[in-house]
Design a binder for this molecule. Structure first.
Ligand code: ACO
Length: 330
């Protein structure tokens, strides 16, 4: 026994709103079609939060499922890391609403804003805090209400996004569960994917409303090209840091943005990898920080991830930011 403290995921949970919005529904709003959306992206439908349903509500529902699966109560949780780019408010942090709802009396918490790479950023922070011995149990959430920051008149973006949440409980362990993490940002491409009027640069005004600056803006083609290269490099590095090869990976869970991006990434990583990819973007679209934990939790619930499996996660998003991680499902 080395005495070293490791971090391991001991339970996952997810939540999606009840309302299903299909590509046909989308075609009632903007000039698009099921054929265009599904052939370009692989998305067939997405979930949309009810008007009064908050990002925190979705995160709390996912957290409760993860806690039940891990056999922990609110009292056990030392820290709550909430990844989102569509939190209830700029402050208080959405993590505070979770803390109150689940009775995590001893926990501190904060939000991380790193768009689609947010969950992997939060996983890294939680892992570091556990491995250092500062905390023993962390709740990591990725949740988004992207429908509230989507420009429903812009067909080039509104067809892509959806709402949902995923959560993981991480605990101190004498066996390694989180085998590697890797993060990166490159601010030189900050302008290709952004929510311009979400902070103090462009306070709400007639102009921000007129120019739709309070919604997600994206250069789709540029994003696509950089996403593929970045995710390939992040996946390779995460697997190498874990001391593994792609043959050791039983399941790959990529950020669920676009089927064509995922296929291009898997093809470049090696033969046969696509068969090991878990995908649910056809049903949920791109849910940003929620996408990886939502897919991971679903894969576990469906028995697609089994004890001893090594799972590779890789994400890419606004910033630009990216992340990769390999975990063993103990
Ligand atoms: N329905 C019909 N036509 C459309 C639609 C739509 N929903 N959206 C765009 N078009 C049109 C365009 O207007 C354009 O028409 P034009 O040629 O007459 O000007 C034509 O389709 C082609 O547009 P492109 O943007 O070149 O289409 P492309 O094939 O590149 O596909 C897409 C667009 C799907 C957005 C693609 O670029 C993509 O997936 N990019 C990556 C986006 C992504 O994954 N972002 C998320 C990563 S980060 C994060 O998750 C926050």
């Amino acid at each position: 026994m080395s005495g070293r403290i490791y971090a391991a995921i001991t339970g996952m949970g997810h939540y999606t709103p009840a309302r299903v919005m299909t590509n046909e529904d989308m075609a009632q709003l903007v000039d698009t079609s099921d054929e265009w959306i599904s052939s370009r992206t692989g998305i067939r439908q997405r979930r949309i939060a009810a008007p009064g349903e908050k990002t925190s509500d979705m995160g709390i529902a996912a957290a409760r499922m993860a806690m039940a699966n891990a056999g922990v109560t609110g009292e056990d949780i030392d820290a709550i890391y909430f990844a989102t780019c569509s939190g209830d408010m700029l402050f208080p942090a959405t993590a505070c609403f979770v803390q109150q709802a689940i009775g995590a009396r001893r926990a501190y918490g904060f939000d991380l804003s790193s768009a689609c790479a947010g969950f992997l950023m939060a996983l890294e922070v939680a892992t570091g805090a556990i491995e250092s011995g500062r905390i023993r149990t962390a709740l990591v959430i990725g949740a988004e209400k992207l429908s509230a920051i989507t420009d429903w008149t812009d067909r080039s973006t509104c067809v892509l996004f959806g709402d949902g949440a995923g959560a993981a409980i991480l605990r101190a362990s004498d066996r390694p569960g989180v085998l590697s993490t890797l993060l990166g940002v490159d601010g030189s491409h900050a302008d290709i994917l952004s929510l311009p009027a979400s902070g103090t640069l462009h306070p709400a005004s007639e102009r921000t409303l007129r120019e739709h600056l309070q919604y997600v803006h994206m250069s789709g083609g540029e994003t696509f090209k950089i996403a593929v290269n970045t995710m390939v490099n992040a996946a390779r590095e995460a697997v190498a840091r874990a001391g593994l090869t792609f043959d050791d990976i039983q399941c790959m869970i990529p950020h669920q943005a676009n089927m064509r991006i995922v296929e291009a990434v898997a093809k470049r990583l090696g033969p046969g990898l696509m068969e090991r990819v878990y995908l649910n973007l056809d049903r949920y679209g791109n849910t940003s920080a929620a996408s990886i934990p939502l897919a991971f939790s679903e894969a576990v619930s469906l028995g697609k991830v089994k004890s001893g499996d090594k799972v590779l996660m890789v994400a890419f998003g606004g910033g630009l930011s990216w992340g990769g991680a390999v975990v063993e499902w103990l």
